[in-house]
Structure formats: C-alpha cells, structure tokens
Design a protein around this ligand. Structure first.
Ligand SMILES: *Cc1c(COP(=O)(O)O)cnc(C)c1O
Length: 574
C-alpha cells in the first residue's frame, strides 16, 4: 500500500544523506565546469596576447601601449576647464571661417528654404540654373584641379546627357519594367571583368561609387569568414595608405582593422608585417593599385602569395587606377609588377577588385564596379529578405532603388570612348604626370626643396619638402592662392597632384610648374627672412597648414574630429 520498508526517521536520514551526496556531486561538477571556463578564459587572453605580440613585435607592442597612454593623457588635458573653453573658442572661429568660405551670402545671393508657392516657369529656372553654374569656383576646365573631374569634354558630356535623359525614370530594381538598363548594367560589368583578366567564373556588380564597392568587398569577405569558418570576430589587414573607405567598412560592419606601415623609400605595404598580423580571425587582406596618397601600387604578387598560403581573400583597390591600370602597357608605359604576373585576377590570390568607372572610366559620377573571382563571393554581398510583408525582397548592394540613368550614362561613356580612347587618355595623363615628376626632380629651384614620394607609375605624383625651413603645407596654401586645387597628405606631410584629362591640355601643366617654382621660391625667401629676424614667425598660417601641420601633430584627434563635424554641418547650411 505504498508504505516504505524503512522507519520514517531512518528514511528521512537516508534521503538527506542521498541529497547531500548529490549536492556534493553537483558541487564537484560545478567546480570542474568553473575551472574549464576559467581555463578557456585564460587561454583566450593568452591567445589574443600572443597574436598581438606576434603582430606588433615586442617593441611595437610597447609603442602601441605608450601611444594609447599618451593619447588618453592628452585627452584629459583637453578636458581641463581652462583648456576646454580655449579649444571651443578656437573651434567657433574655425567654424565661422568655414561658413564664410562655403556658404556665400550677401547681396545677389538668393536662399530658398521653402517650396515656391507657385511653380517656376521654364525661363525662371533656366536663368537661375545658369547663375548657379556661374557661381565662383575653381576652374577645373583649365586643369587647375587635382582629381575631381576626370574627362569633362563636351562631346562626352553630350552623349552622357542624352543617355541619362533617355533613362531618367529607369530603376534596375524593376528589371522587367526596364530591360534595357539590366542589359547595360550586365554589359558594363562584363566589359570591366574582361579588362581585369577575370577568369570564366568571374562575377561582379555595379555600385554607386568606389566607397560602396569597397564596402561590398569587405562585407563579402566578412560573410564568407562567418559562413565557411564561423569567424565571429572578423579582422582585416590593410596598408596604411589604403583608402578611408576601408575604415568606413570596418566601422559599419564591425570588422577589427590593422593598418600596416608603407615605409620609405618605396612606400609599398610591408608584406612581412602583413604576414605577422594574420591570425585565425583574419577575413581579408588588401592592396592598392595604386593608392590615393602617393599613387603607388602595392606588391600585389607578394600579397597574392600570402593570401593563397593562408587561404584568405585578397582585395585589390583599383578604384583610382580604374581604366588607366589595364591600359598602361598598351599606352607604352611600364605596367606595375608586370614581370611578377601583374596586379589583377592573373594573380591567383586576388579574389576581388574595385574599379571606379566614374574616375578614369570617364562615366558620370555615381558609378563603380566591384568584381569577384567567382559567383559565390558575389553572393556573400547580396541582401535577401524572404519574409517581408511587402513581398519577397532581394537586392545586390546597399541601395534599393538605383538610378538607371547613371548605368546608361556609364555604358554610353564606355562605348563612346572605347579601348582606343582609354589608351590615348592613359598616354596623355601619364605623360603629364611624368612632366611634373621630372620638373620636381630636375628644376634647379624645385629639386633643392621637394622630393617625390616613392616611384609613382600611374596618374598621381606626390611630393614632400625636405627643407626643414619650408612646410609643404605652406606650399599647398600658396598654390591655392594661385587658384590651384592640390591635395594635402599627412604621415608623411605631403602634397599630391592627380592628373586628369583637363590638366593634359596645352599650357596647363607648364603653368602648374611655373606657379610651383614661384611658390617655392617665395617660401624660400620667407624662410630666409625668418632666419634673419631670428624667429619662426609667419609659418603655417594657411588653412591646410593649420589642419595638417598644427592640429595634425596632436596625439589625440578629437579636435580635428570636431572640425570635420563642423565642416560636414556647414555643408547642410541652406
Ligand atoms: C577615389 C578612391 C576610392 C573610392 O572613392 P569614391 O569617392 O567613393 O568613389 C577608393 N580608393 C581609392 C584609391 C580612391 O582613389
């Protein structure tokens, strides 16, 4: 009848002893578990420290630590009450300067901050558009701007406008409604794949620009790492000279980034350092062909070997190189790393390449391509949402709706320029780059002050000042007073010129060199005067000298960041 064989007192004693032994068991198991978790924790820290030490070396690791302490101490200093108010006062002044420069006001400028109640007439619009087009600006037509406008001839602009007008309503998200745009997009990708020697398996997509192409390459690599190797803390290794878009990708997609020095005298990425930073979390290696700052092509063959050995994807950023890189040999110039097998998909380790059709592909702005070695890599960048209440959704890249007009403009530009046109353009551009390079190396005034950074082989030539009395930023500022729009660089301090077609027009490059000689001469005289007066006065007063020379030398960049925020805010001041 359910009665226990044991007396009640004994029964409870037995149960108690049984439960304490069970408790002891639990306790024992818990201890083991705790020790295992602790050991895993320690192992993880050891593993991380090991990869950190191996990646940076002992001295390098100490330096990293030192810089971080230095930076934080400086940050604290900036937050001291007296310092902070001084900093914000200076920032306000800088802000005001920016507004005065970027947002002209006063008599004759109209500001429209509300929709017009009555629609404008065609004539009204025409007049206003004409006056907007005539706003005071740098004359790119005369070849006075580095980069920015890559072609600009009216014959091409007319073709682009026609193509864009015909397809201004087109949106490739509706491939069935706009079949022509789908066709043109596929053909643009196919033509660019062919230019970069993609294998049969090659695949690609168009994007809104170089930044989006780079974002997609990094996303694809991250997704590949997760799908195939369950990497949840992805890392990538880029040259310090790689484009800022990689920093953006790391930020957007939460990829830890390592930057590797590109030391003088050749300024290509140090491949041994890249190797030391590789660890089981590495999802992507990067090389530029060429990089933006110095126009130098990293050692893609060596990076390709590394990528193959460690089975890691390798992205080649050919955004800037775009159509010049594949045309160099045909235009009669040496092609970087040709003897080692080239810089593109001919290197078996290269898995993706970004190519800006809107740079030296001469397409309208808002065009670029991302190319992959195979379709699987492209699939990793796709976004698919099967459960959306708006219907099953899929899109290849960041945007949903996309401008079909830009694809039509790109396709038309490529067909209109053709291979011969690109080879001719390459010839003109690289010849002009050589003219500037030779002037800096050979002109008696320039060669005493300036030196070329590395051995540029494409369209960009960068220089620094090796005369300690002359700041290269003062040279940039003096050039901009003469209406030249060159680009300032940091680490090392420098200036570059990205040659585009407008600069190849007769007279443009000669006047660039003449002005550069006059400016350097002027800076030399100023330096001599300073020496006579016995003090470093009147140096580094210009805007680029201030931003890069003064603010740039600070250990913590929060002031520079605040200046950039102020600049970006100013852009939206109506
Ligand atoms: C211009 C450029 C990019 C990307 O630029 P977008 O402005 O987004 O088109 C990327 N890499 C290099 C080397 C570049 O010069």
């Amino acid at each position: 009848m359910g009665s226990s064989p044991l007396p009640v007192s004994l029964q409870s004693k037995f149960q108690r002893s049984q439960s304490t032994s069970r408790l002891r068991d639990y306790h024992g198991n818990f201890n083991i578990l705790r020790n295992i978790i602790f050991a895993l924790f320690v192992l993880r820290i050891l593993r991380k420290s090991f990869y950190f030490l191996r990646g940076h070396g002992l001295i390098g690791s100490i330096l990293v630590l030192y810089h971080s302490i230095h930076k934080n101490a400086y940050k604290m200093f900036l937050n001291l009450p007296g310092v902070r108010s001084q900093v914000s006062k200076q920032l306000e002044i800088a802000k005001k300067d920016m507004e005065d420069k970027l947002v002209p006001s006063g008599p004759g400028t109209n500001h429209y901050r509300h929709l017009p109640k009555e629609p404008w007439t065609k004539e009204q619009l025409h007049t206003e558009l004409e006056s907007l087009a005539a706003m005071k600006r740098t004359r790119w037509e005369e070849g006075k701007v580095s980069g920015a406008v890559y072609h600009g001839e009216s014959s091409l602009l007319d073709i682009q406008s026609e193509a864009m007008r015909l397809f201004s309503v087109a949106n490739p998200i509706h491939a069935d409604v706009f079949p022509a745009v789908r066709k043109m997009e596929a053909e643009v990708v196919a033509m660019v794949l062919a230019l970069f020697n993609a294998p049969e398996s090659g695949a690609g997509a168009t994007t809104s620009g170089g930044t989006e192409s780079i974002l997609m390459a990094c996303l694809s690599a991250r997704q590949k790492g997760y799908s195939e190797r369950r990497i949840t803390e992805p890392e990538m290794i880029i040259p310090s000279t790689a484009h800022a878009a990689f920093h953006k990708a790391a930020n957007y997609f939460k990829i830890k980034m390592h930057t590797v020095a590109c030391p003088a005298p050749d300024y290509v990425v140090d491949v041994n350092r890249v190797r030391r930073l590789i660890n089981p979390n590495t999802v992507l290696l990067v090389g530029s062909a060429p990089n933006y700052p110095h126009g130098i092509v990293d050692n893609i063959p060596a990076l390709s070997k590394l990528a193959l050995a460690y089975k890691i994807p390798l992205h080649v950023d050919c955004c800037l190189g775009s159509f010049i890189m594949p045309c160099l040999a045909k235009a009669g110039f040496p092609s970087p790393w040709a003897e080692e097998g080239g810089f593109d998909f001919r290197q078996p380790g290269v898995t993706s390449i970004s190519v800006d059709t809107h740079k030296y592909g001469f397409a309208p702005k808002g065009n670029s391509c991302i190319l992959y070695r195979n379709r699987q890599l492209r699939e990793y960048q796709y976004f698919i949402c099967p459960e959306w209440s708006g219907g099953v959704y899929g899109s290849p890249s960041i945007a949903g709706s996309r401008p079909g007009a830009l694809i039509a403009g790109c396709w038309a530009s490529m067909m209109f320029v053709g291979e011969k046109g690109y080879v001719d353009a390459t010839h003109k551009i690289v010849t002009t780059k050589l003219t500037i390079e030779n002037a800096i190396k050979e002109h008696s005034v320039l060669k005493e002050t300036l030196s070329i950074l590395g051995r540029p082989m494409v369209s960009v030539v960068a220089f620094e000042s090796f005369d300690p009395a002359i700041s290269v930023y003062d040279i940039a500022d003096a050039m901009s007073k003469r209406q030249w729009h060159l680009n300032s660089l940091q680490d090392p301090p420098g200036v570059h010129v990205a040659v585009t077609l407008p600069m190849t027009k007769p007279g443009a490059v000669d006047s660039l060199i003449d002005d550069l000689v006059a400016v350097v001469q002027g800076e030399k005289e100023k330096a001599l005067d300073r020496l006579k007066a016995g003090g470093p006065i009147e140096k580094g007063k210009g805007s680029s000298a201030q931003l890069y020379g003064v603010a740039g030398s600070l250990p913590d960049k929060s002031i520079v960041e605040k200046m950039v925020v102020a600049y970006l805010d100013t852009l939206y001041k109506a």
